[in-house]
Design a protein around this ligand. Structure first.
Ligand code: GLN
Length: 504
């Protein structure tokens, strides 16, 4: 079978570009052709930047031809979640309130990718201010899951996940506050990683909940994830929570499957299996863990006893921080301003009433309430104490185990519209990912099988700053499960869905 360029991985394309077997402009046109073919159905992007991308690809080509590529990512087309500030390129955060905002600077992670020579295609769709699990809270339009167009891609980095799955980008960046990289990665059959809090600079990442937010890559495979991570994990004086870590190359840390997991102690929290988990998801996760066991890993049950309080703590802490972070959108400094108002207070009120969508307003109200005098101790302080207990649960398990494994999402991709009127059902999508953010730990989702024809993700959680072990075990999983070329499988499913859509 001859593959199209847009169906290849970053590491494959990097080789072709460096060996001058493919040009950066040829690669861009292949991805651009794919975007033109499927974007109407999938809707991964809020903003596309054809001129910027063509200019960047031409520059990459010039450097490749002269034998001076800036890095292994030279000429690789990528997409960025619209929560990342991009100099001169509209950045909406999925919100009407920022629909006209053009940042004067690049986020540090974006700058790192530009310096590496990547070609930025555009800004991907997301739930407004990264609040959601389905991409349906976007202030503009919902994104569709390319595996089944009647289903959600997950969220909030839904556009970043669908773009990689559908071949509309070679890789993307997303952000993960409670699961927003890992859950959509799981639902779209791609690899998604949330690095340790402090590993990737948050400078230029539009803030949702600052103590939880982290930028992470979404890629076709684990090798690509390691490659991208190598460029974005670095200390940044512009972010006071950025950590200076001594590390080698993540890419070079990858090992053949058996070598990677022999003797590795994998804990499977009993709280993550069973109740609330779709049987099809449970079966695929168990099957993948058995394969790792055959490769020599020691898989054993463990317990994170405070897991059932994680969601409650998160939905106090995240909205509390959001209510404070979102106070800046008042129509004065930047973004949307209401057209008609009586006085200053009325201008603030109308700007925020018209600019924010319902989920964002719900979070602002929840957060403002939790932080108000008289309730602070009962809600916010209590939630912070629960957060400590959750972190201590992980510490205890990591005294005995190297990594923790379980499902990323309790379900496969659900139908568009299925949970929009039931916020609590929507919040449950992140039940296995949220504890990881509360504890500040790294987590990765890797495709491990299919249920009802839809991808299932296996999540690994690691010790702080031990991304290398996570990548190794995820890489072993990828090889052990050998699901085939996901880009090809997804393209087939999408072609079928498009045909059915045209008929029905
Ligand atoms: N779905 C969760 C929420 O709505 C997590 C979002 C995220 O990680 N950005 O808050």
């Amino acid at each position: 079978m001859i593959l199209e360029l847009w169906q290849l991985t970053v590491h494959e394309l990097s080789q072709l570009l460096l060996r001058k077997e493919v040009s950066a402009t040829e690669l861009l046109e292949s991805v651009w052709g794919r975007i033109e073919e499927v974007e109407d159905q999938v809707k991964s992007y809020i903003t596309l930047d054809p001129e910027g991308a063509r200019a960047a690809a031409a520059e990459s080509q010039r450097l490749l031809e002269s034998g001076r590529p800036r890095s292994a990512l030279e000429g690789i087309p990528c997409g960025l979640k619209d929560v990342l500030s991009t100099k001169g390129l509209r950045t909406t955060c999925g919100s009407k309130i920022l629909s006209n905002y053009v940042p004067p600077y690049d986020a540090t992670a974006v700058q790192a990718l530009k310096e590496a020579g990547t070609v930025i295609l555009g800004k991907t769709n997301m739930d407004e201010f990264a609040m959601g699990s389905s991409c349906e809270n976007s202030g503009f339009f919902p994104t569709h899951n390319p595996w089944d167009l009647t289903r959600v891609p997950g969220g909030s980095s839904g556009g970043s996940a669908s773009a990689v799955a559908a071949g509309e980008a070679m890789f993307t960046l997303g952000s993960d506050t409670g699961g927003s990289v890992r859950q959509p990665a799981s639902l779209c059959g791609v690899v998604g990683m949330k690095p340790t809090y402090g590993a990737v600079s948050r400078y230029g990442l539009i803030a949702f909940a600052s103590s939880l937010d982290q930028i992470g890559p979404l890629t076709r495979d684990v090798t690509d994830c390691a490659m991208v991570l190598d460029f974005i994990v670095k200390h940044d004086p512009m972010d006071s929570t950025s950590v200076e870590i001594k590390r080698g190359s993540y890419l070079e840390a990858l090992r053949p499957a058996d070598e990677a997991v022999k003797g590795l102690k994998i804990g499977v929290p009993k709280e993550y299996m069973g109740k609330g988990l779709e049987p099809g998801v449970e079966a695929q996760v168990k099957k993948a863990l058995e394969l790792l066991q055959e490769l020599g890993a020691e898989v054993e049950e463990c317990s994170l006893p405070h897991s059932s309080y994680a969601l409650d703590a998160y939905y106090v802490i995240a909205p509390a921080e959001a209510s404070s972070n979102l106070a800046r959108y008042d129509g004065v400094r930047y973004g949307y301003r209401s057209k008609q108002y009586d006085d200053l207070i009325d201008m603030y009120r109308k700007t925020r009433a018209e600019g924010f969508g319902p989920e964002v307003k719900r979070r602002i109200m929840l957060g403002t309430y939790a932080l108000s005098a008289g309730y602070y101790d009962a809600y916010y302080l209590k939630a912070q104490k629960v957060r400590t207990l959750i972190r201590e649960d992980f510490d205890k398990v990591f005294a005995k185990f190297d990594v923790i494994a379980g499902p990323t999402s309790p379900t496969v991709a659900f139908k568009l519209g299925e949970k929009v009127d039931d916020p609590l059902a929507m919040y449950l999508s992140d039940i296995f990912t949220i504890p990881v953010n509360l504890a500040g730990l790294p987590g990765i989702s890797v495709p491990c099988g299919f249920s009802e024809g839809l991808p299932v993700g296996l999540q690994f959680i690691g010790k702080a700053f031990d991304e290398s072990t996570l990548l190794r075990v995820a890489y072993a999983t990828e090889q052990a499960c050998s699901l085939g070329n996901m880009a090809v499988l997804c393209a087939r499913a999408l072609a079928k869905g498009t045909k059915e859509g045209a008929r029905g």
